[in-house]
Structure formats: structure tokens, C-alpha cells
Design a protein around this ligand. Structure first.
Ligand code: NAD
Length: 354
């Protein structure tokens, strides 16, 4: 498929190829949709095997950002960027050169941290453009988004509990968390404070020891996470873990956690979960707290405001589960539809006034 055919199949507005040989920069910025606002999405640094892989990734990820912002009710569009290269080769000059390309889009695209890019890299980009978020709190940025992401997940879990059990209370419920890193740690903290019993899975013994010491609970080994007798599975580690191998093992009635791209295949695995009567909180809906935090940063709003907005994920998750039920579809399809309907409606509104 040619690049223009790919742009049209994902319905992208614009793609910018950026190069600066002197500093080793080869980057692609994808602006998917700006109907709701400027296209926001992180800058990923990755040593892609081929340029075609980099194009595919940036197109897929930027489209995902459009949907995430739309369902979260934010005035943001979707974008993403990738820098092609070995993460060990990064430099101040490389990120400053990238910052100049971001600046050339005059705010149509706003960048942020992503895989292999750090707060320090964002600070270097900031030297060339103001269209960057997620720099250090000391530099006026919003700092670590994980507590806000986890707070949104906590409320998404409460929404699922209310739909399934008639009460959002986490007290007395058992919740298994896979991945107790940045997001998983804070989620464990909030659930522990709410009175839930916790089970944990992680490949890091150090991280497991920390949560057990602070919040109590039991460690699960290998596939025990999927087989756990609990109320909620909360994936907070890596993507693709809900798949044809793991779905038959799942006993929990709810899957609701912060990891991105939890379903290996959105359609196939979304349908398999629905057939088994398992309620799935779509990942990009329940983990939107990080984006909500960045949005608050752009508006110079406080962390408190971001936490309040993330708590509203409760209503969004509930609405999507109920929509899926009433339309006889999967929660992921229902979420996609909510996003598309909002973009369509706001797009019409803009046409009216332009
Ligand atoms: P992190 O790296 O801090 O934590 C991930 C944890 O998962 C680590 O403790 C790691 O040891 C563990 N892990 C890795 N592979 C595992 C495996 N196979 N089985 C069990 N545990 C495993 O990352 P994070 O920032 O907490 O992000 C976690 C997930 O949430 C990612 O998918 C990320 O994309 C998503 N997410 C994070 C944010 C945020 O604000 N940080 C926002 C939105 C989405």
C-alpha cells in the first residue's frame, strides 16, 4: 500500500517527514485529526527495522490518540511522532532539531513523552518550541502522569463493579493487578485505601516486594494471574495479553486496567470476551488519565483539577458498557462509536460557524 493509500485508509490529515543528517534525525510526525483541537501525542524513539514499519506505527498510534481524546471529552485531536534510531544515540541536538520541525506546524501538533523519550528530551524540545508537554515539574510541566492515570483506572474499575454488582464499592472485592510499575503501584495504593484485597503479578521481584510490604496482598506466578479467582483483572504492564491463549483461563467477570492495547486483536478478542460474559473496560477509555493530565497542563490547570477530571472516567466507562449492552455490541466497538459520533457532531458544528 502506498503512503497516500495508508493515509486515506486511516483517514489522516497530514504526515510530515523530517530529516537533519548533521544530528542524525529521521522523524515522522502524523496529524490524524484536528476536528476537536490540536493533535496531541507522544514522540516515540525506536530503531524500526524498516521505514514502512515506522510509518505504520505512527499512523496507527496517532489514530488511537484521536479516539482517546474524543471519548475523554477533551478539546484535543490525535497525533503522534516517531524518531527512527537507536535510543542510545539520542542527543540534545537531535531533540532540538525535532523541536524545530514541531514548531514548523505552529501548534497543529503538540508532542509529549513516549517510549524511549524522557522528561529531559522534552526539555530539549522545549528550547525550540512551546508545543511540547510533559516536561519536568520544575520547568512548569505537569510531572509524572501515573498517579492521574491510576486514579482514572480506579474510577473505571468502580464503574465496572457498579454495573456488574450494583455497587461501586471496592471494599471486600479482590483485584489482581498485572504490572506494579508506575501505574500499577498507584492503582494498588488507591485500591488498598478503598479496602480491596490485592493480588499481584510482575516480572520484577523488587516491585512486587514493595507493594506487598506497603499494601499487603499475595503474589501470583505465571498464568495464575489469568486464572485468579477475583472480581477484577487489572492489566497494567504490557499489551496483547488478552488473546486466544489467555481468554479461556479467565474467571474474573471484569477486565479493567491501565495498560495500552490489552486486546491482541480488537475485534476477535473483544467478541470472545463478550461471548464469555466478561465485561471489558476499553483500555484507551480507562487509561485516559495521563492525557487528561497533559490537557490540564496545557490549560495551566492544577493537578487537583486533573484528578477531578480523571475521576469522571467513572461515568464514561459506565456509559460505554451500557451502550454496548443496549446495542448488542462489544465495549470496544461502543467506545469507537462514541468517539466517531463526537467528532462528527463537533465537525458539523464547526462547519456551521466557519
Ligand atoms: P512501567 O514500566 O512503570 O510498569 C510496568 C510494569 O510491568 C513493571 O513493573 C514491569 O516489571 C511489569 N511487567 C513488564 N512485563 C511484564 C509481564 N510480562 N508480566 C508482568 N509484569 C510485567 O510502566 P507504566 O508507566 O506503569 O505503564 C504501564 C502500562 O500502562 C503501559 O502499557 C503503558 O503504555 C500504559 N499507560 C501508562 C500511562 C502512564 O501514565 N504511565 C498512561 C496511559 C497508559
Amino acid at each position: 500500500m502506498s503512503i497516500f493509500e495508508q493515509l486515506s485508509s486511516y483517514d489522516h490529515e497530514q504526515i510530515l517527514f523530517c530529516r537533519n543528517d548533521d544530528v542524525g534525525l529521521r522523524a515522522i510526525i502524523a496529524v490524524h485529526n484536528t476536528t476537536l483541537g490540536p493533535a496531541l501525542g507522544g514522540c516515540r524513539l525506536y530503531d524500526y527495522a524498516t521505514e514502512a514499519d515506522a510509518v505504520r506505527d505512527v499512523l496507527r498510534l496517532s489514530r488511537g490518540m484521536t479516539y482517546k481524546a474524543a471519548v475523554a471529552g477533551l478539546d484535543l485531536g490525535g497525533g503522534k511522532s516517531v524518531i527512527i534510531g537507536d535510543p542510545s544515540m539520542k542527543s540534545e541536538a537531535m531533540f532540538r532539531a525535532f523541536g524545530r520541525h514541531v514548531q514548523s506546524l505552529s501548534g497543529r501538533y503538540i508532542t509529549a513523552e513516549d517510549m524511549n523519550t524522557s522528561v529531559e528530551d522534552m526539555d530539549n524540545i522545549r528550547r525550540e518550541t512551546k508545543w511540547v508537554t510533559g516536561s519536568a515539574a520544575a520547568h512548569g510541566g505537569s510531572g509524572d502522569p501515573s498517579p492521574v492515570t491510576a486514579w482514572g483506572c480506579y474510577h473505571g474499575i468502580r464503574a465496572c463493579l457498579e454495573v456488574i454488582y450494583g455497587s461501586p464499592e471496592v471494599a471486600g472485592r479482590t483485584i489482581a493487578i498485572q504490572g506494579v510499575g508506575n501505574v500499577g503501584y498507584y492503582l494498588a495504593k488507591y485500591l488498598h485505601e478503598g479496602g480491596a484485597s490485592l493480588l499481584y503479578a510482575d516480572i520484577s521481584q523488587k516491585r512486587l516486594a514493595r507493594v506487598v510490604e506497603e499494601f499487603g496482598g499475595t503474589v501470583l506466578e505465571g498464568d495464575e494471574f489469568y486464572r485468579a479467582n477475583c472480581d477484577v483483572l487489572a492489566p497494567c504492564a504490557i499489551g496483547g495479553i488478552i488473546n486466544t491463549r489467555t481468554i479461556p483461563m479467565i474467571k474474573a467477570p471484569i477486565i479493567a486496567g491501565g495498560a495500552n492495547n490489552q486486546l491482541d486483536d480488537e475485534t476477535r478478542d473483544g467478541e470472545a470476551l463478550a461471548e464469555r460474559g466478561i465485561t471489558y473496560a476499553p483500555d484507551y477509555v480507562i487509561n485516559a488519565g495521563g492525557l487528561i493530565n497533559v490537557c490540564a497542563e496545557l490549560k495551566n490547570q492544577s493537578r487537583e483539577k486533573a484528578m477531578g477530571d480523571a475521576a469522571a472516567i467513572f461515568n464514561t466507562v459506565k456509559r460505554i458498557i451500557n451502550k454496548a449492552k443496549s446495542e448488542g455490541t462489544t465495549t470496544i466497538r461502543a467506545a469507537n462509536k462514541v468517539a466517531e459520533e463526537r467528532i462528527e457532531a463537533v465537525g458539523r458544528l464547526k462547519r456551521l460557524y466557519v
